[in-house]
Design a protein around this ligand. Structure first.
Ligand SMILES: C[S@@+](CC[C@H](N)C(=O)[O-])C[C@H]1O[C@@H](n2cnc3c(N)ncnc32)[C@H](O)[C@@H]1O
Length: 254
């Protein structure tokens, strides 16, 4: 994989961001340099996911990109574990298949085309004890997010886990700017120029739609999850664990 220079070059370019072949080719580098504590967050996902995985069930990654999460989680699970990733970018799926083959995990990990804005019944999620969705919900149309979370909840086994990481907004415009300025400082420290930062921001403007932390928590709760906690926050980035624990509801009503 190459180094991310997607937003270098001609400054006029202001197309909407796409998960196309050019992006897929440099995506691993882009994520490490664009998501603060990306590797640490992956580590946390793997550790939390491996504690909730139940033998005989699957682990699924929605918006799996190049399979980084699937490969990391696979390393933490026994050889009998079956992992499935979904993404609607064919170039990302190609990169994922290459990485899976290189690490000789084809027997355990499968990646498939799936559109989270489309017909969810076309995505097989049954019998999952762990579902991960990192920096992907923010790309799903807001009007579809309730359906998506309710569907994940309905498909998880009891005591199953959904882990979500997202970019978030704060409750206050000044704080938003303050947090975003810290984020841009992080990007500068990773070698991105002012114009690369600005052009990527413009390209993502109508594509990446973040919610506030509380809006995300509400979204998970109203669509079924009985336990919702944040396990990570760095300025405008947050991670959530959501647990399907219907026994809590049964106990409360009996
Ligand atoms: C920021 S990347 C996710 C990074 C990845 N989860 C990781 O941790 O390495 C977002 C991914 O979501 C995928 N995506 C965006 N919209 C989608 C949709 N409607 N259905 C399925 N995948 C989608 C993109 O193709 C992209 O691979």
């Amino acid at each position: 994989m190459g180094k991310d220079a997607v937003f270098r070059g001609s400054p006029e370019r202001a197309c909407d961001f796409e998960f196309n072949a050019e992006v897929a080719e440099v995506f691993d580098d882009m994520l490490v340099r664009s998501v603060p504590f990306y590797l640490e967050q992956q580590n946390m996902l793997q550790r939390i996911g491996s504690k909730f995985w139940v033998p005989g069930t699957t682990a699924c990654d929605l918006g799996c990109s190049t399979a980084t999460t699937l490969l990391g989680l696979c390393d933490m699970l026994p050889a009998s574990a079956h992992l499935i990733g979904y993404d609607n970018s064919r170039p990302m799926l190609e990169q994922a298949r290459r990485k899976i083959a290189k690490s000789k995990r084809e027997e355990q990990i499968e990646v498939r085309y799936g559109d989270l804005n489309g017909d969810l019944s076309a995505i097989a999620l049954d019998n999952a004890s762990v579902v991960t969705m990192s920096w992907t919900l923010q790309f799903v149309r807001p009007l579809r997010r309730d359906d998506l979370i309710r569907w994940i909840y309905s498909k998880l086994v009891d005591e199953g886990l959904l882990i979500v990481t997202e970019k978030i907004l704060t409750n206050n415009g000044h704080m938003n700017r303050f947090f975003v300025e810290h984020y841009y400082e992080f990007k500068r420290s990773q070698g991105y120029s002012e114009s690369e930062i600005l052009r990527k921001r413009e390209a993502l403007e109508n594509i990446l739609i973040p919610y506030r932390l509380e809006e995300n928590v509400e979204l998970f709760r109203r669509n079924g999850f009985q336990i919702v906690e944040t396990f990570f926050q760095w300025f405008n980035f947050a991670g959530f664990v959501c647990i399907k624990k219907p026994t809590l509801v049964q106990q409360a009503s009996s």
